[in-house]
Write a protein that binds this ligand. Structure first.
Ligand code: SAH
Ligand code: SF4
Ligand code: F3S
Length: 502
């Protein structure tokens, strides 16, 4: 490699964002190119990637490979698209973990099992890196916002080269550059931020649908939840920024957007010119080319009448609402700091169903919150039976360090939680297999997403209510909305056949 004057490169970097990151994307690309040229000449590149992959890289003028593994929620999935966009712009090609020069894990810590999964994979990465010492390994995301995690990684997983958090993901190019330049472990975690850096490249996983962040962070501090600690306080993006991103997506061929935030119903409250979520939806509904609008997640305490009206009146809003219940017991809800009662939740569901009768409702439920009694659990089952959810994500309560619930002294014994969890799961599944089939025989619009993995000549897509449909069709349909007759319900999905447009 030639001599690199890193001091000058740092000195000349622009101070403002996102210009600074575009500068570092370019500098990273230059160093990687230099190294890649050396490796091609020495034959190292051919050994590393294999002849076929190397020829492909050369043909596409790419100069190395990367792999991102994403854990956790839609927010992390969207972040990973941004991380991916930056790496591609720096000249890297997506590849398998085994042959990647740069491996990045975008982590989740909402429950301990999300955490354990990351540690498990790290064990595997260590064996890979022993074989492939050229690998650069990086960790980012929610888990990295916990000091104890970072300490453990620095002590027991010393092969990790780069650690950063949730507030500075936009800085990936600069951090990767530093990794290459300083050849030291780089740790850069911010405790909080009021900065929202946008307009960096992003690589979308699907050409026809995309997540769009409308806000970051959470202010609710539900007593079991770690998200507010690792994602910081609520920050809404300005409506004009969101709308211009959505218009751009539409002109790029995107038909479906999913508006993302931990509590979209409180969108806009902290803007200098406050805007409600319902108002934002009305504006998104006007964007030409966008045909479907989804959103995640709605907190029941902030779901307004205006939003119900918007869902009733705006044709592009999908017939699906994810409305996390967490518990059916008003007593437990209070200790969870959810700020609604069982009765208020049921009343809300009734109002929504009255306004949008064909809406599909899904939820999240936690079993075994500290102090949960059999009677509390029965209340949860009661809500499940009354609401009859299309589907429910059920979670065993997981103690998260630093949250108020983690120091409550009446933790429920594991065996009891497991037993309740099984009972809940059975109830939820039984109901959803009955509920999900209700549209059998009707013709519905399907956004075709992919070819079917299991059956040749079939494609798969989603209904407005988010259920999957498989039907005979060709790959040319991917990304279009087509009318499909739902011929058979399979419980959690449908089989269908294309219907005539009428
Ligand atoms: N902001 C969303 C939820 C984000 S976390 C909301 O308020 O609905 C996704 C789900 O993980 C939560 O709805 C909750 O059901 C579950 N969850 C969060 N913390 C948990 C914990 N400590 N143990 C078990 N499940 C938890
Ligand atoms: Fe966690 Fe509650 Fe915020 Fe959702 S609303 S992210 S459950 S604190
Ligand atoms: Fe997990 Fe962070 Fe999402 S903790 S659920 S990835 S906000």
């Amino acid at each position: 490699m030639k001599y690199w004057d890193f001091d000058t490169i740092y000195r000349q970097a622009p101070a403002s964002e996102p210009e600074r990151q575009y500068y570092f994307i370019e500098k990273t690309r230059e160093i990687l190119q230099d190294k890649f040229n050396d490796d091609v000449i020495s034959g190292e590149a051919r050994k590393r990637y294999g002849k076929e992959k190397l020829d492909e890289l050369l043909a596409k003028k790419q100069i190395g490979t990367f792999m991102i593994r994403t854990f956790g929620c839609q927010m992390n999935a969207r972040d990973s698209e941004k991380l991916c966009g930056i790496l591609q712009q720096a000249g890297l090609a997506a590849s398998e973990e085994e042959t990647a020069d740069f491996v990045l894990y975008n982590t989740c810590t909402v429950r301990d099992n999300a955490n354990q999964k990351v540690y498990g994979h790290l064990g595997y990465l260590q064996t890979l890196k022993k074989k492939n010492p050229w690998m650069t390994i990086a960790l980012c995301g929610c888990m990295m916002q916990e000091p104890a995690v970072v300490q453990r990684i620095q002590k027991s997983y010393r092969f990790v080269d780069l650690i950063f958090g949730t507030h500075n993901i936009f800085k990936l190019a600069e951090l990767l550059f530093r990794c290459l330049a300083e050849k030291n472990t780089i740790v850069d975690i911010w405790e909080s931020t009021d900065q929202v850096v946008e307009d960096l490249p992003a690589e979308r996983k699907y050409p026809f649908k995309s997540g769009v962040n409308i806000m970051y962070g959470c202010n609710n501090f539900c007593s079991y939840c770690i998200v507010p600690y690792v994602r910081g306080r609520e920050r809404s993006r300005k409506p004009e920024e969101i709308l211009s991103e959505i218009r751009r997506l539409a002109s790029d061929g995107v038909k479906e957007v999913m508006l993302l935030g931990q509590n979209v119903n409180s969108y806009g409250k902290n803007l200098s010119e406050p805007v409600t979520f319902a108002e934002l939806l009305r504006q998104v509904n006007e964007v030409e080319g966008i045909e479907r609008i989804r959103f995640m997640t709605s907190h029941p305490k902030d779901l307004s009448e205006d939003l119900i009206l918007a869902m009733k009146n705006l044709p592009k809003i999908c017939r699906h609402l994810h409305l996390p219940l967490q518990s059916g017991s008003s007593r437990i809800l209070k200790i969870m700091n959810r700020q609604y009662t069982k009765e208020q939740y049921l009343e809300l569901v009734a109002q929504i169903r009255q306004a949008v009768p064909d809406i599909s409702l899904t939820t999240d439920i936690i079993v075994g919150f500290p102090g949960e009694t059999e009677a509390d659990f029965e209340e949860t089952l009661d809500v499940v039976r009354k609401v009859r959810y299309d589907s429910a994500f059920t979670f065993i309560y997981s103690k998260r360090t630093g949250t108020p619930a983690s120091v409550m002294d009446n933790q429920v014994p594991e065996a009891l939680v497991k037993e309740r969890f099984e009972r809940l799961l059975k109830e939820v599944q039984q109901i959803s297999s009955q509920v999900c089939g209700r549209d059998t025989g009707t013709v519905q619009e399907v956004l075709v997403e992919c070819e079917n993995d299991h059956q040749d000549g079939y494609v798969s897509g989603r209904l407005s209510n988010n259920l999957l449909v498989h039907f005979p069709g060709s790959a040319s349909l991917i990304g279009s909305l087509v009318p499909v007759e739902l011929t058979e319900s399979k419980g959690f999905y449908y089989m269908g056949r294309m219907a005539d447009k009428s």
